[in-house]
Design a protein. Structure first.
Lengths: 297, 128
């Protein structure tokens, strides 16, 4: 994180040199009482179910976390707001994301920590100059600390979502051989340019692998039809055509047929049917299967 | 019987059809060579079909594809139907993403399929 970015964030949170000076001024008092502060924090947390979830069955974990907290609050009170400070908070966020710590207990914990520290400063007021301003500076830094942690959690969750979406896309394009020379794809959901490229790649690979002559693409599960979607479908039909494989579109509803005509979409010579059964029959004829072999009723 | 060309473009008569095999990408003078081998071969042998065998072409942009299509149209003016064979999936995806005009392009996966299609379709009269 470049210094300019750090400065920008500090500016946004209105953390100035005076705030840092006040926090460092209060640090000796708070550091002296750090163990008591941490004990008070976990006394509070023990009232909530998350304590049972994370610590009740594993007391050594609680000791480890208390030790990490000691390190964390020491660096917090040193208020040396450099790359290492931000990285340490991001690491806390990564850990919280990993254990799936709920946001409510996290934010409540930060609020409780702020109040516990403020109480200790009030009780030691003789030792702390500008008490109200010091508490205000401490609160600002708590907000910044919480932001860095939560932003890291959000970033990790965004990455997980994106990976999940990608995996879903992989599973949602099952191009399957259903007869010698015939491939089937029931297309579900949205069809944007990214999905179209995915469909094209998978379909063309399967055509090369199976030497398919016909590709039946059922579009009854496509969520909406407009010019953009129609063009993506046509792109797929052109792609298979360039490998000598005809695409038949099945699953056209009256609504889709009407939309395509009214939009003036030219589907050219692409064969379309209302039902998968009809498309399959066309496909069987195209690969030379005797019609008498096709069961009826 | 074959049409002399560079080692990268060869023309070979297979079952009455001229097979123009391209064994590298279409940059430089390659397209000129494809045009020469295809058109000379069609004229000399009276071939009614020509297959552009492209399975060894590693990449192709939309301009090169457009030039190939022009050569196909020239061949059609000499009376030969042109079929593209062996376009790689990656090339196909690229061409379509680049909105290349693929209307009227006849294509097959491999030489066997293309020859079978040619032999199965009715032709006005036989040559060679």
């Amino acid at each position: 994180m470049p210094q300019t970015t750090i400065n920008e964030i500090l500016n946004k949170f209105d953390i100035r040199d005076a705030d840092i000076k006040r926090i460092r001024g209060a640090a000796p008092v708070l550091k002296r009482e750090l163990d008591a502060f941490i004990a008070d924090f976990y006394t509070w947390m023990a009232q909530h179910r998350e304590y049972q979830t994370f610590f009740a069955s594993n007391p050594s974990r609680l000791d480890r976390v208390k030790q990490l907290q000691r390190v964390n609050w020491n660096t917090f009170l040193e208020a040396d707001l450099n790359q290492a400070w931000f990285d340490a908070r991001k690491h806390v966020g990564a850990v919280h994301a990993h254990i799936d710590l709920p946001n409510d207990i996290y934010f409540a914990g930060m609020a409780v920590s702020t109040n516990l520290m403020a109480d200790r400063l009030r009780k030691a007021k003789g030792e702390v100059k500008d008490l109200d301003d010091t508490i205000s500076s401490l609160t600002k830094l708590m907000y910044l600390d919480a932001y860095v942690v939560i932003e890291e959690i959000a970033r990790i969750n965004r990455e997980k979502l994106s990976a999940g979406a990608k995996a879903l896309m992989e599973m949602s394009t099952p191009v399957t051989p259903i007869w010698e020379g015939i491939l089937l794809l029931p297309l579900l959901g949205i069809l944007d340019s990214q999905r179209t490229q995915d469909v094209m790649n998978k379909t063309l690979s399967k055509i090369a692998e199976t030497r398919a002559k016909v590709f039946v693409m059922d579009i009854s599960g496509v969520s909406s039809m407009d010019t953009a979607v129609a063009n993506q479908l046509l792109k797929i039909t052109k792609a298979t055509q360039l490998m000598g494989c005809e695409t038949i579109l099945s699953g056209l509803s009256p609504a889709i047929a009407r939309t395509l005509v009214e939009l003036g979409v030219n589907i050219g010579e692409v064969r379309t049917t209302a039902t998968l059964r009809d498309s399959f029959e066309l496909a069987l004829r195209a690969v030379g299967v005797d019609r008498k072999l096709i069961a009826t009723g | 019987m074959s049409v002399p060309g560079t080692t990268s473009v060869t023309g070979t008569r297979v079952r009455g059809c001229l097979v123009v095999t391209v064994s590298q990408d279409l940059s430089g003078d390659m397209l000129d060579e494809v045009r020469r081998v295809a058109l000379e071969g069609i004229q000399r042998d009276g071939a009614q079909s020509a297959i552009f065998e492209l399975s060894a072409v590693p990449f192709m942009d939309s301009m090169e594809f457009g030039e190939l299509r022009k050569i196909a149209r020239m061949a059609e003016m000499l009376g030969a139907k042109v079929i593209f064979v062996g376009l790689k999936p990656g090339i196909i995806v690229h061409l379509l993403e680049a909105d290349a005009d693929v209307r009227g392009v006849h294509a097959f996966l491999g030489l066997d399929e293309a020859l079978h299609a040619i032999e199965s379709s009715p032709s006005p009269d036989a040559h060679g």
